[in-house]
Design a binder for this molecule. Structure first.
Ligand SMILES: [Zn+2]
Length: 588
């Protein structure tokens, strides 16, 4: 039997029992400041802590970007998952099997949404399990296993990371056919190609997990045949490459404990680094670490080590990742392994101590960049300034406002080597095109309807019952431009058909969050409006909106005396409301 009578009850239970400080601490390094906890915001580039969490209120709020919400909202945003998935993740922490509770509740009523993301994740997990079984139990896979052993892996690692093999003789698609399962979710999840065959055919399979440890895609290393040596699954609704760091779900905890994170390039680098005790190691999927992933790392640890390949792609990734993390206040070190060795080779050969020595000997990022820029320019070169400027030009894209401090440090290194004044280097760099381009910003233009509707929308999220003030004869005329507002009005009507008028706001918010993720994101972003004024404000905004609407309609129907008269009447009513002294609309 289920433990809960209703979905709302389940949500309230999880909110009450999942300690927001505990949960957020897994992602953000929090320090106690008075009654609050503060840390660096994972949702915007935040160099100084502006992200606060209140255990008492069960809410977080960022003074920098305005991100705010409760513990469920935090998981939704940081992990990029749906409301239901966030409940499941938190459910695990508080000992509630959300999936089975929901199944139980669904038997009673069907207002609870299923998430399409979950279907896809189940498909990936199912395929990963299949390929894993093929690797460990098929005799034809023995040579593959042998190869993995030679790279330094043991059976326990193969099981722990669920490595597999997409054998050409035992393809997954055939298994699906025999089992009479639908191919659709597997195609959508990128496991099968559109023609129904295995995407990773003839590859060693490395399942890729998201931040919560759920598999979202498969990576593949070429075993035989043609194609790139390494292949990631295609982008799908659950797999956004830029947002995922391979190994992150295992690395977060020890990264936080050790206060550092290690970045490497490949799957096997991560797996073997973990095997040798560097459980704080991750790899970006693709060429560089995304902005989002950088923020996540910067709010979690103070130090980062980059061990990318010394080839052109690796250097590019080092520079871009280094600037991103440094601008967020993380101390970055670049590690070059001798003889161009990969981290997995190095750690197998020289063990934990050897690798630790390499990390300790890492070059501070600013020094690394200055060496690249100086190249073979020497202090006595006659054209050293011109040469330096030419080299600097390649870096002008990184001359952003957020990077000024790092550039000052880089320039001091260059000054020491070439005896060119650091301030001159920096100011010349920022005069190059890259620096100017970044500082311009977009301006949002919106019309009078948009502004009014935004206000109406915000008020309805805070006090939905106000919808009753939409006078019935006007409801037809009040057709919002904002799609979100139209949807919200529909949801409000539906809600109050099934709930009493004095239902707590909390329940309404739970309802919204289970129905419309886009609107749900706005629940906590409303401005602070004194509660006693909300209804008045609402009526003012709506009547102002209607005045505007009738004015526009009147202009269009000058030649139609009948509608003209009618519209004049309506406009007058709206004006009477708007100018009523008890409301004081003009003062708001
Ligand atoms: Zn923020």
């Amino acid at each position: 039997m289920g433990k809960f009578q209703s979905f709302e009850e389940l949500v309230s239970y999880i909110k009450e029992h999942a300690d927001i400080i505990d949960v957020i601490s897994d992602y953000v390094e929090l320090k106690r400041v008075g009654a609050q906890w503060m840390g660096k915001c994972p949702f915007h580039p935040d160099k100084n802590p502006s992200f606060s969490v209140s255990g008492e209120k069960g809410l977080y709020h960022c003074f920098g970007c305005g991100a705010s919400g409760d513990v469920i909202k935090f998981i939704e945003d940081i992990e990029g998952v749906s409301f239901i998935e966030a409940l499941e993740i938190l459910g695990e922490k508080v000992g509630i099997d959300v999936e089975s509770e929901l199944r139980e509740l669904r038997g009673k009523k069907d207002n609870i949404p299923t998430s399409p993301a979950k279907t896809l994740k189940k498909a990936v997990a199912y395929a990963a399990e299949y390929y894993h079984r093929i690797l460990i139990s098929e005799s034809a896979s023995k040579v593959v296993l042998q190869y993995l052993y030679e790279r330094g892996l043991e059976n326990t690692d193969i099981v722990e990371w669920k490595l597999g093999f997409a054998s050409p003789t035992k393809p997954f698609y055939q298994f699906i056919k025999e089992k009479r399962l639908s191919m659709k979710p597997f195609i959508e999840a990128g496991i099968l190609k559109k023609d129904g065959t295995d995407t990773m055919r003839n590859r060693i399979i490395i399942p890729i997990a998201d931040g919560t440890g759920k598999f979202v895609s498969l990576g593949g290393r070429l075993w035989k045949g043609e194609g790139p040596k390494y292949l990631n699954g295609p982008e799908t609704p659950i797999f956004k490459k830029g947002n995922i760091l391979f190994g992150m779900h295992r690395a977060r905890k020890s990264g936080k404990e050790k206060g550092r994170m290690i970045f490497v390039e490949g799957y096997f680098d991560v797996i073997l680094m973990h095997k040798y005790g560097f459980t704080e190691t991750v790899a970006p999927l693709g060429t560089a670490v995304s902005d989002r992933a950088s923020r996540e790392i910067a709010s979690l640890v103070k130090k980062a080590y980059l061990i990318f390949d010394p080839d052109a792609a690796g250097v590019k990734a080092t520079i871009s990742t280094g600037f991103k993390l440094s601008s967020l206040g993380t101390a970055v070190y670049v590690v070059n392994l001798p003889g161009g060795m990969d981290p997995d080779e190095y750690v197998v050969e020289y063990g934990e101590d050897g690798m630790e020595r390499m990390l300790i000997g890492g070059t501070p990022f600013a020094e690394y960049v200055s060496t690249l820029i100086i190249g073979n320019i020497e202090i006595h070169d006659t054209g050293k300034v011109i040469k330096l400027m030419r080299n600097l030009e390649n870096f002008s894209a990184f001359a952003t406002d957020g990077n000024r401090e790092i550039w000052n440090t880089i320039a001091t290194f260059i000054e020491k080597q070439l005896s060119i004044p650091a301030p001159e280097i920096v100011s010349r760099l920022y005069r190059m095109k890259g620096g100017q381009r970044i500082s311009s910003h977009k301006v949002n233009v919106s019309g009078p309807y948009d502004i009014l509707e935004k206000g109406i929308y915000e008020l309805l999220l805070i006090e939905p019952i106000n919808y009753i003030y939409l006078p019935s004869e006007f409801v037809e005329d009040f057709k919002p431009h904002m799609d979100k507002l139209a949807r919200l009005l529909g949801l409000i009507t539906e809600f109050y058909e099934n709930h009493p008028e004095d239902e707590p706001l909390e329940k309404f918010h739970i309802f919204i969050r289970s129905r419309d993720e886009e609107i749900a994101r706005d629940i906590y972003t409303g401005r602070d409006i004194p509660t006693q004024d909300i209804s008045k404000r609402f009526i003012c905004l709506v009547s102002r909106w209607l005045m505007l609407k009738y004015r526009d309609l009147l202009q269009q129907s000058r030649n139609n005396p009948e509608t003209f008269q009618e519209l004049m009447e309506r406009k007058k009513i709206a004006e009477t409301i708007y100018t009523h002294k008890d409301l004081g609309c003009s003062r708001m």
